[in-house]
Design a binder for this molecule. Structure first.
Ligand code: PEP
Ligand code: MN
Length: 362
């Protein structure tokens, strides 16, 4: 499949030199906070676009929901002070109008909005006839078509300065990331639409300061066009996402450490492609390990129940059912019978070992 979008060449409106760096606070909180943050981060000469959230879509009620329209002026003034364009998140037509009134330069659609075609269409309708760059963050769940659908709706409204933001995907499983990167999704997007700029948002993937560099470096190694990283003059006072915002100094150190490898020449291209695929493998293996851990935690619960109810560990009908059902599922997705059987045997052996340990506990 190819994604047919009308895109203006990214080097004419977005990228001077890779990476394109978007930074600023998660939320605009006060005139002083945004100005001080912006002045400090722009000193590096490495920030290209200032970000700041004005309306914050919070998962749970009773948290800071954004300063509202007044903040647009503070954001724009801060951008003017350092001569940089400013970007913010919009979730409905009213937001779009307020941004245009306040001369906000770039808009983005947040992960919780991309999931709603009605909301995306409302934004697209409000953007008809307007020439402004728009980024679409991936939806919170790993639904590739929702991401593409939102890009198509915005593009169909006539927006051709368009890009995607990869901010990771939420998961019920425990993980060291706030949102799983699932690099295979942005890679797929790159494959079906090579001209579309893709910016990685390591802040929302990592969720904590210490993982941001690693994610940003991976994004660079996968030839993403840039990074969106949250920064705050006093992260510990931040009204949203305090754990993941960097101080201006931390941001500058990170940007100085980022290695941007060139792609291009023949042999290098092969090496880069290989490296990208290996990064995906690393990521998938990590997910597999996390899944194994979740599976074994359930096995422990089962073992305890069986012990309490004096039931045997091995239930042969259950094991037969598992084998039959999993080989059927595996065949459907093209995995070899032999491989899945070996894999299941191993899992089963380990489950039995864990349950035996529980049974033997005094
Ligand atoms: C944000 O950028 O602050 C934000 C709310 O991001 P997301 O939509 O990715 O959760
Ligand atoms: Mn945030």
């Amino acid at each position: 499949m190819k994604l047919n979008l009308q895109i203006q060449d990214k080097y004419t409106w977005l990228i001077k030199e890779k990476p394109c760096v978007i930074s600023g606070p998660c939320s605009v909180e006060s005139e002083k906070q945004v100005l001080k943050t912006v002045q400090a981060i722009s000193k590096s000469g490495k920030v290209n676009i200032i970000r700041g959230g004005i309306w914050k879509p919070r998962t749970r009620p009773n948290s800071f929901e954004g300063i509202g329209e007044i903040g647009l002026k503070w954001l724009k003034d801060a951008g003017r002070a350092v001569n940089l364009p400013v970007a913010t998140e919009v979730a409905n037509a009213e937001h779009v109008e307020a941004c245009l009134k306040n001369e906000i330069d770039i808009l983005w659609i947040g992960a919780r909005t991309t999931v709603s075609p009605f909301a995306v269409q409302e934004i697209a309708d409000a953007l008809k006839g307007i020439d402004i760059p728009v980024f679409v963050k991936n939806p919170i769940n790993p639904d590739f078509n929702l991401w593409i659908g939102a890009l198509e709706r915005i593009n169909a409204a006539g927006i051709n300065k368009i890009g995607a933001i990869h901010r990771g995907f939420s998961s019920f499983d425990k993980s060291s990331y706030r949102n799983l990167p699932m690099w295979e999704l942005p890679i797929e997007l790159k494959m079906i639409c090579p001209d579309l700029p893709i910016i990685c948002d390591p802040s929302h993937i990592a969720g904590s300061k210490d993982l941001i560099f690693q994610v940003a470096q991976k994004a660079m190694d996968m030839e993403m066009d840039g990074v969106m990283i949250e920064s705050h003059i006093h992260p510990s006072d931040a009204k949203s996402d305090a754990e993941q915002q960097l101080t201006p100094e931390e941001l500058i150190t990170l940007l100085n450490q980022l290695q941007v490898r060139k792609s291009g020449c023949n042999n290098e291209e092969f090496t880069n492609n290989l490296e990208q695929l290996r990064i995906v493998i690393d990521e998938l293996d990590e997910e597999l390990i996390n899944k194994f851990a979740s599976r074994m935690a359930i096995i422990e619960k089962i073992g305890t129940y069986k012990k309490e109810n004096e039931v045997t560990i091995l239930q042969i009908e259950r094991w037969e059912k598992i084998l039959k059902n999993r080989t059927f599922l595996a065949e459907k997705v093209g995995l070899s019978n032999d491989f899945i059987k070996k894999m299941l045997e191993l899992l089963h052996q380990e489950s039995i070992r864990i349950q035996t340990e529980i049974m033997n506990k005094k």
